[in-house]
Each structure stands twice: as structure tokens, then as C-alpha cells.
Design a protein around this ligand. Sequence first.
Ligand SMILES: Nc1ncnc2c1ncn2[C@@H]1O[C@H](COP(=O)(O)OP(=O)(O)O)[C@@H](O)[C@H]1O
Ligand SMILES: [Mg+2]
Length: 241
Amino acid sequence: MKNQQFLKKLKKIIPDHIIPKFTNQKDLLHWHHKQGKLLSQKIIKQNKTLEIHDTFKKSGIRKLYMECSFNNYIIEHEGHKKVVHLAKKYAKNFNNNMSSFVFLGKPGTGKNHLAAAISNYLILRGKKVFMITISDLMSTIKSTFNNINKKLTEEKFIKYLSKIDLLIFDEIGIQIESKYEKMIINQIIEHRSASKKPTGMLSNLNGFTITKILGENIIDRMKLGNSLWLNFNWTSYRRKK
Ligand SMILES: Nc1ncnc2c1ncn2[C@@H]1O[C@H](COP(=O)(O)OP(=O)(O)O)[C@@H](O)[C@H]1O
Ligand SMILES: [Mg+2]
């Protein structure tokens, strides 16, 4: 056979200290099979990483927060220690515990940092997470009217939000004044509770004001099960730096 002759010739030419990967056709074939397998495994792995990249891109987590983890949340006092411990516990128990979370406190106290740490932890474990500010939520909903955004209808968008494993509403403030805005949030949370999906909320308001703004209906749903309500009652980390 041609190949066999070629290998024999090759053996004569190559120096002694070089040991060929294969000396006969069977080994050569075996090598090709093995390489093929390795390559397909590599492609599968790459696709998996791409998928995760994609979920990160779609997660609504801004660049500043992509690197946030439980480990790089600096503990300066008991308050920090408590919130990071409970946020980590929340992320670890996510699968067995479909409860929501609410982080309240002044700007710069690390609410987004820990919400991003929870999100990053879950995304790396294949969960779909989406973080959106209330004003972005409302402008997206409004873009579904007037045909500005033809592909997306209000119903489709709300359905989409209901399927995400963890949805986080950021910057819940006094801007939620209209009945319409409350109704939208209510609808989304109701849809999500029905499909046993938890929701996270971040706000600079206190417990009393957020209840007044969102209404008992929404707050009751946010308190179901082992929900996690944390008060970040310390000064801004940003201002100190
Ligand atoms: N304890 C902390 N350790 C490390 N970084 C922190 C801590 N608290 C806040 N930060 C950082 O300070 C900045 C502001 O915090 P952020 O989470 O955006 O605050 P909030 O959402 O409460 O307004 C972010 O870059 C965040 O990573
Ligand atoms: Mg914030």
C-alpha cells in the first residue's frame, strides 16, 4: 500500500531521536479519530462559552458590574458581612427556593454590586438573568405602542420577562406614580409568581415608601416564601473612595 511504503521511507529519512506518532495505517486512522473527537469536544465547549457570553450580554448587567462577585465585596463592618453572607446563601439555594429579594438603601451602598454577584453566579450556572431599570422597562413597553418597535408587542415582552429565571428591577423610585406603571409591574410579577419565578428589586426608598409606591399587592408577592429583604443602612462606598 502507498501509505505503508511512504511510512517506511519516512522512517529511513527521519533522525533516530524523533519518534513518529504512528508507524502504521491503523495507528494513523486511530489518531485521526481521536483528533476528530477532541476537536468536536472543543467546539462544544466553545459554543457553551459563547452561549454564556451571550447570556451575559443579554443580562442587562452593565460593564461596571460584570466583575462583581461575593469575593470582591469588601467587608468593613457587620452590616457588610451580613448582606454578603445572605446574598451568597440566596444564590446557592436558588434552585430549591423560588423566593424573591428586595435590597433597600442609599445610593452607593452596594445593592447593585451584590445583585450583580448573584446574577453572575447564576449565569455561570446556566440560568437566564435579566436586570432592567424601571425607566428602561417603561420606555421599552412604550416603544411597543405607536409601532416604533414593530417586532415587539407589550404582551410578547411581558411574556418574555416572565420566562427569565431571575428578573431584577433596578432603580425603583418615586417615578412609579401612574396607575399604568404599577399595573405593568403587577402584571409581570403576577405572571412570574404563577410560573414560580422569583423577582429582585433594588431601591433607594425605605420599606414604608416602597410599599406606598408599589402597593400592597406587589409587596405581598415579594414577601412570599423565604424572601430576602435587606436594608443597606450605611454610607456610600463610592463617596468614601
Ligand atoms: N462593600 C463593597 N466592596 C467593594 N465594592 C463596593 C462595596 N460597596 C459598593 N461597592 C462598589 O461601589 C460602587 C457603587 O456601588 P453600587 O453597588 O452601585 O451601589 P448601589 O446600587 O447601592 O447604589 C460599585 O462600583 C460597587 O462595586
Ligand atoms: Mg444602584
